[in-house]
Design a binder for this molecule. Structure first.
Ligand SMILES: Cc1cc2nc3c(=O)[nH]c(=O)nc-3n(C[C@H](O)[C@H](O)[C@H](O)COP(=O)(O)OP(=O)(O)OC[C@H]3O[C@@H](n4cnc5c(N)ncnc54)[C@H](O)[C@@H]3O)c2cc1C
Length: 320
């Protein structure tokens, strides 16, 4: 039972989540006893093919065609479904990024496949592999069985390590895919958010603020810049218009798992924790010693965030 992982590009680069998906694909292929195949779609892919094949797998299937220049889910789903058949893939998946969440359910529909979203790990072997996925903001973890012959999945990238380069690169197979009909969606323009800080889901350090920041994120942003960190926020901070919703962490925001997550003025509601509990080290700053966030924190600081954050920044600066 072969596994097909769909790679994701961002501009001319590979998304970091693709490396996590590749290591998940390797683990899954070891369980199925099949081969790992990788799919790369786009147009004018340049050096990406060489970059991606270095991470191994049996075959890297490349579809380079003008209709795939922009990551539109509709033509991509058609191409991935065709590739999956060519690769003899039983398990077809990718990272649960915005791209993966848009694309893979459409692939499942095209293939008549059952699907598991946001998979944390795979239990079992051979014919009896069961994806494990969170439900109800992570309060429940369910082991599910996909009963169809073909199985589609998205992966929670933060649950899998980034793949290292392989000893042997994948063989590259250029594939021509006939895309049928006229797509019902077309690309108009892309307006990427300009942010000098690292991308939230890929940052090694995240400094996040909540209601306790009382509308002033400046001390938090200054600490983030001292640490080369991304800025995150609770939903309350977003709903109050203190920060754009791209920065929301949690069940209805982004899932992050940095090496260090600093939560300032955040109570630790289950919906927020669902998005950051995989962080390696959690530091909580809160003026209420009974705030639930302290139950998840490795280090806790009881105090007023507007005072503690500048002090922390000064101390870090002095230690450099
Ligand atoms: C379906 C659903 C989905 C949701 N999705 C998300 C989500 O994705 N992400 C998310 O974050 N929330 C989400 N929520 C909202 C969530 O339930 C909480 O309401 C929210 O996380 C609380 O944000 P907060 O911690 O900033 O605010 P609060 O819970 O009000 O906590 C503020 C904290 O700041 C502390 N504080 C106050 N003043 C200071 C100070 N001067 N210094 C230090 N600390 C101070 C307080 O002691 C308190 O602990 C969702 C809710 C629902 C129902």
């Amino acid at each position: 039972m072969n596994v097909l992982i769909v790679a994701e590009r961002q501009g001319g680069a590979l998304r970091k989540a693709t490396l996590n998906a590749l290591s998940a694909g390797r683990l899954l292929a070891a369980k199925t006893g099949g081969e790992l195949h990788v799919a790369l779609l786009g147009h004018r892919l340049g050096g990406l093919v060489e970059e991606l094949r270095a991470f191994g797998g049996k075959t890297l299937h490349v579809v380079d065609a003008p209709p795939l220049e922009h990551a539109l889910a509709e033509p991509y789903a058609e191409a991935v479904a065709t590739l999956a058949k060519g690769a003899g893939a039983t398990w077809i998946g990718g990272a649960a990024t915005a791209f993966g969440k848009d694309l893979l359910p459409r692939v499942a529909a095209r293939l008549g496949a059952g699907m598991a979203s946001d998979v944390l790990r795979f239990e079992g072997e051979g014919e009896a592999i069961h994806p494990v996925r969170p439900m109800w903001a992570g309060d429940v973890v369910a082991e599910v069985e996909i009963v169809t012959a073909l199985k589609v999945f998205t992966l929670r990238a933060t649950e899998f390590p980034a793949a290292n380069k392989a000893e042997a690169p994948a063989e590259v197979r250029a594939v021509q895919v006939e895309l049928s009909g006229r797509p019902r969606t077309r690309f108009l323009e892309s307006r990427p958010v300009k942010n000098a800080r690292p991308e939230l889901t890929e940052a090694r350090v995240v400094v996040a603020g909540g209601r306790g920041m009382k509308g002033n994120f400046e001390p938090l942003e200054r600490l983030a810049d001292e640490l080369g960190a991304a800025v995150g926020a609770s939903r309350v901070a977003v709903d109050n218009g203190w920060i754009a919703n791209d920065f929301q962490v949690g069940q209805t925001g982004k899932i992050v798992a940095p090496d260090l997550y600093i939560a300032a003025g955040i109570s630790g509601a289950v919906q927020h924790v669902a998005g950051m509990k995989g962080s390696r080290v959690i530091v909580a700053i809160n003026n209420n010693p009974d705030a639930p966030i302290f139950q998840y924190a490795d280090y806790g600081l009881v105090g007023d965030a507007s005072k503690v954050l500048p002090e922390l920044r000064e101390a870090i600066k002095a230690s450099k």
